[in-house]
Design a protein around this ligand. Structure first.
Ligand code: R5P
Length: 291
């Protein structure tokens, strides 16, 4: 077996390779001035190859995965496993208006055609309950970072209220709170546009202990910022945030901090200065279980 790591996921893949005691080769990637990509892999590959890359900023990356997986098969790989801790295109699971592409189904099929196994962490599944419904292969495996986040928070706080910004977040927030014995609350969010959200906090005291807002991802940061603003209005001065996936598009990171969040922590599904919650143990155990 061998790990092939894309440059943007190299440090995380190195930790995973060390855990699995497996050789790692970095994929050679070149971007031509016209936007095309060149991929180079080792000239011969073992039977089982694990390709590691998170799929934030996904459009180029998906083409590069297509080139990589197809080439890996030509070079001898019989089994291809994709480790993509952040999996994009999972939110568009219906056509909201006639004519819209149902991207979850289309990208899911592409990955199913290319890979024998797909492992990801806290994918944003809305109207479906199993990742296999989006990626139609037996080993489409959805892991959760809830344990890692819970252990991290338990070491930081004696007690805190965990706040989920919308009903979808309850699956993660409720699990983490239950694991570590913290209280939790769920806000009511309505997204009006890419950078516009309205939100209402549940009716409870937010002024007497730290609050940690927990979500699966921060993209524009408007969700976390809105929650932080409302918490301040409710008398909370001790506000933190944890996300699994640190997408932080554009000004998101500073926007959240300026809205009153003291510190943001994230997992290393995407490399970012906030990424202090490591996922290599979780991923290594999942790989061992399927090999
Ligand atoms: C959506 O329901 C997700 O769970 C996140 O709350 C959302 O994607 C965060 O996006 P943004 O940072 O752009 O508000």
């Amino acid at each position: 077996m061998m790990i092939l790591a894309f440059p943007d996921y190299l440090s995380q893949a190195q930790r995973l390779a060390a855990r699995l005691d497996m050789p790692l080769i970095e994929v050679v990637l070149h971007h031509f001035p016209d936007g095309e990509s060149l991929i180079r892999l080792p000239p011969s590959l073992p039977e089982h190859v694990i390709v590691c890359r998170s799929l934030n900023q996904p459009n180029d990356k998906l083409i590069e995965l297509l080139l990589c997986a197809t080439t890996a098969r030509e070079l001898g790989a019989k089994r291809l496993t994709l480790v993509a801790p952040y999996l994009s295109y999972m939110r568009q699971d219906i056509a909201n208006q006639p004519g819209e592409a149902v991207s979850q189904r289309i990208v899911g099929k592409l990955l199913a055609d290319l890979f024998d196994d797909v492992l990801t962490v806290d994918p944003h599944l809305h109207r479906i309950s199993a990742l296999t419904q989006a990626i139609p292969i037996k080993n489409a495996i959805s892991l959760t970072a809830a344990d890692q986040i819970g252990i991290f928070l338990k070491a930081k706080f004696n007690h805190a209220v965990l706040l989920g910004p919308d009903s979808e977040s309850e699956q993660w927030v409720g699990t983490i709170a239950g694991n570590i014995g913290f209280d939790y609350a769920i806000a009511d969010k309505n997204r009006l546009g890419d950078k516009q959200v309205e939100m209402a906090l549940p009716d409870r005291d937010f002024g007497s202990q730290p609050v940690v807002i927990i979500d699966d991802m921060a993209s524009t940061g408007r969700t976390l910022a809105k929650a932080a603003g409302l918490l301040q209005d409710a008398g909370c001065q001790d506000i933190y945030a944890v996300v699994t996936h640190a997408l932080f598009c554009g000004d998101a990171y500073t926007y959240i901090l300026e809205a009153g969040v003291k510190t943001i922590w994230s997992t290393d599904s995407i490399d970012h200065p906030s990424s202090c919650i490591k996922l290599d143990g979780l991923l290594a155990d999942a790989i061992k279980a399927i090999t």
